[in-house]
Design a protein around this ligand. Structure first.
Ligand code: FPP
Length: 250
């Protein structure tokens, strides 16, 4: 897809309005494999570099006053990748948190996760759970990892759980409304993202937060995730600030 649509040349860091920062940013971190291929490296080298970028972008979001950052780190469809790559990605949370958890704690970040715990190795679940537990009393930026996450799976679980409540007589069918459905999704307390960023030039949502993105502003860049920097984050936020959000109104 690269080059199929025109994007502006990346400019110097934009002036952003600190009174209008998107509260919740979601990112589809794409292009690690292509970044590695371009350099003649194995795909996992792209993911390794991508982890450093995660750290930098968390800090950049914290700097500008973002309240929540949701990162699409492993999808329910990513199991189809070669075994070696899946193994590397399953170890990524442990590696990432071993390196960066002290800094996240110092910055008052709250680590959260959303997705299915099914089929995940114990070391992956433990690493994430430990970080969630260690940061649960923090009050700063919420860093939410979408891990083994798929939006259709999330909605299917919500429908099942809600149907069970109806069957058990705890919920009346007439009570079901949009806010109740939101509450049955994985991270209702975060609120819907204000801004979605997707890197690498792909123009699709890839089964990510389909319910929650209903009125989210979308921003796409050709930049591959390992090359994504604070300058691009600021460009996305600046662009967000030029948009008129009407939520279906006038
Ligand atoms: C998409 O690029 C990226 C992923 C599927 C994995 C994202 C994971 C990381 C950035 C590691 C961070 C993880 C943690 C826990 C901090 P791709 O491999 O699909 O790239 P391609 O489309 O160029 O092949």
């Amino acid at each position: 897809m690269l080059g199929k649509f025109s994007t502006k040349k990346h400019k110097a860091p934009e002036e952003i309005d600190s009174a209008n920062i998107p509260e919740h940013i979601a990112i589809i971190m794409d292009g690690n494999g292509r970044w590695a291929k371009k350099k003649g490296l194995p795909r996992i080298a792209g993911h390794r570099e991508g982890m450093k970028v995660v750290r930098n972008i968390v800090m950049a979001c914290d700097d500008i006053g973002v309240k929540a950052l949701t990162l699409y780190a492993f999808s329910t469809e990513n199991w189809k990748r070669p075994r070696k790559e899946v193994d590397f990605l399953m170890k990524a949370p442990e590696k990432f948190l071993l390196t960066y958890l002290p800094e996240l704690v110092e910055k008052n970040v709250q680590v959260r996760t959303m997705g299915s715990p099914d089929n995940l190795p114990a070391y992956t679940v433990n690493a994430v759970e430990t970080a969630v537990e260690e940061t649960k009393d923090n009050t700063g930026l919420i860093l939410n990892f979408a891990w083994n996450y798929g939006s259709r799976f999330e909605m299917t679980q919500a429908v099942r759980n809600l149907a069970q409540e109806v069957k058990d007589g705890k919920v009346d069918v007439d009570q079901i409304d949009e806010s109740m459905i939101s509450n049955y999704l994985f991270s209702p307390q975060l609120g819907d993202p204000d801004l979605l960023i997707r890197t690498s030039g792909e123009l699709r949502l890839s089964n990510f937060m389909l319910w929650q993105l209903a009125y989210t502003e979308l921003w796409f860049t050709d930049v591959l995730w390992p090359d994504f920097k604070k300058a691009q984050l600021l460009e996305a936020v600046h662009d967000f600030q030029q948009r008129g959000r009407r939520f279906g109104g006038v």
